[in-house]
Design a protein around this ligand. Structure first.
Ligand code: SF4
Length: 482
């Protein structure tokens, strides 16, 4: 394997490392950054220098294997980790910064905890020490990963026979400035009925795929967008179709999202099909911030929505909040946490703001709290969850997160959302219906995920729904050739 050539292919990944330290991408164009790498005497060796500091590491070349493809895979993996770690060491030396997640830049750090457990570190101290020593993760984050692995270990284990279903309703009353989802503004709602027609068709065919492949339904999740932006009649029809086509799942969740879209009639429609698990997402309880981020509701409407949901006998309400919103300080976030303590949701999801390229917030360069403040908010989220008696049960990271933090789902014991775990851990097949949904087939033995994406554009989805159905058949029933 030509190490230098291979390095070229992972350069974007290396930039993710330098970004952890706030180093600009442009540094890569200056002559002071140099790296050398080679395979020699049974080991890969790598050195980075920025002209002032340097870091050097080596790793044993994985031994010969009969399967040439697997051998190449293992060697690339060893080389990649070596190069990433060496660049990370250099950046730490040069800046003195210790990122909370160490050298990890991926979406799913829980996988590293499972790697530790899988390699024999079944005791808490050993497993935490593995992620601390190998990836320089802080002890607090290692503890979080260990706890999550313990909670997930109590859920029904993933098996090939299970299938989850995601139903996407890509409409919102207004567009949040930080949004990077493929949702459209509801406007006059002219696309809703044609969209539901196409969605119902996809639901009918998806239920056939489950039956034809002999799989068992596990969790059904209705997300978006904001499903409750449908009117009462539309929501009721959609939920009836869902129950007709996907009966008997162990869990159903409906995102109620925007508090201003919730009415007693919609809650009654959700309850009427036997669903008691919803999500009401204030994101913040500060009216000023709600205006800044383009949410057309107030904190008072959040209070009303929670009261309405409890009156409708919803047995599980999840509350989504975001740490690091523009213009907020720790005191503002404390106001949101106080509301969580008052509402007593069954689960609390603490997101950290991530400014993606496709969000308007990114373009407007809104003033954001610094990384230290965002980290403090994340800590307040954890403390609030603990006060409410919750445990962390899933976690994921995104690029460009304030303070290099994470998104964590907390829940009361026995209230973890199975679908959230399945989608984040990528251990269960998912049939994703609606515009922008991405169906996934898990090839456990090969460590590979097959994907069938639906087009994100709502009008294209409506006109091309048959093609979207065929993509799912090709993914889950390639042998059928239909
Ligand atoms: S409610 Fe969610 S999907 Fe809708 S605009 Fe806001 S962030 Fe995007």
């Amino acid at each position: 394997m030509d190490m230098m050539q291979y390095l070229d292919t992972i350069q974007p990944e290396l930039m993710n490392i330098t970004r952890l330290f706030g180093l600009p991408d442009s540094d890569w164009d200056t002559p002071k950054w140099r790296f050398t790498a080679a395979a020699e005497e049974g080991s890969f060796r790598c050195q980075f220098t920025d002209g002032e500091h340097s870091a050097e590491n080596a790793v044993l070349i994985p031994p010969e294997e009969a399967d040439a493809r697997l051998q190449e895979l293992h060697r690339k993996r060893a080389a990649r980790r070596l190069v990433r770690q060496t660049l990370y060491d250099l950046c730490r030396k040069a800046t003195g910064i210790h990122p909370p997640w160490g050298s990890l830049t991926g979406i799913r750090p829980t996988h590293l905890m499972y790697e530790a457990i899988g390699s024999g570190c079944t005791e808490a101290e050993n497993a935490k020490r593995y992620v601390i020593d190998h990836f320089d993760v802080t002890p607090e984050k290692a503890e979080l990963l260990w706890e999550i692995a313990q909670v997930q270990g109590q859920l029904p284990p993933p098996e090939d026979r299970w299938m989850d279903v995601y139903i996407g309703i890509p409409f919102c009353t207004t567009r949040c400035t930080y949004c990077s989802f493929s949702s459209g503004e509801l406007g006059k709602g002219v696309l809703v009925e044609p969209y539901l027609d196409a969605l119902f068709r996809e639901m009918d065919e998806a239920s056939r795929i489950i039956a034809d492949t002999g799989r068992t339904l596990r969790a059904v999740y209705v997300g978006g967008g904001t499903p409750t932006s449908l009117n009462e009649d539309q929501l009721s029809r959609m939920l009836d179709r869902m129950m007709l086509r996907f009966p008997g799942a162990m869990e159903y969740t409906v995102e109620a999202g925007r508090p201003d879209t919730i009415t007693p009639g919609k809650l009654a429609a959700i309850k009427a099909v036997g669903v008691g698990r919803i999500s009401i997402n204030p994101q913040t309880m500060n009216d000023r911030t709600l205006r800044v981020i383009g949410r057309a509701h107030t904190a008072a409407q959040v209070e009303e929505a929670y009261a309405m949901a409890r009156a409708a006998d919803m047995h599980h309400i999840n509350m989504d909040v975001i740490a690091g919103l523009p213009g907020e300080n720790a005191d503002d976030f404390a106001v949101t946490m106080d509301a969580a303590l008052r509402f007593r949701p069954e689960s609390l999801t603490v997101h950290t703001l991530a400014i993606k390229r496709s969000s308007r917030l990114h373009l407007e360069q809104a003033p954001l709290p610094d990384g230290e403040t965002a980290s403090r908010m994340v800590q307040m989220g954890l403390e609030t969850a603990r006060t409410l008696g919750m445990q962390p049960y899933y976690l994921y990271r995104q690029k460009y997160m304030a303070g290099n933090q994470e998104n964590v789902g907390y829940a009361l014991p026995g209230h973890a959302c199975q679908y959230n775990v399945d989608i984040m851990e990528e251990t269960t097949h998912i049939l994703a219906l609606g515009a922008g949904g991405i169906s996934k087939r898990v090839y456990e033995d090969e460590g590979h995920i097959g994907r069938a994406p639906n087009v994100a554009n709502i009008e294209h989805y409506i006109s091309r729904v048959d093609e979207m159905i065929q993509r799912k058949r090709d993914l889950f029933m390639p042998e059928a050739g239909v």
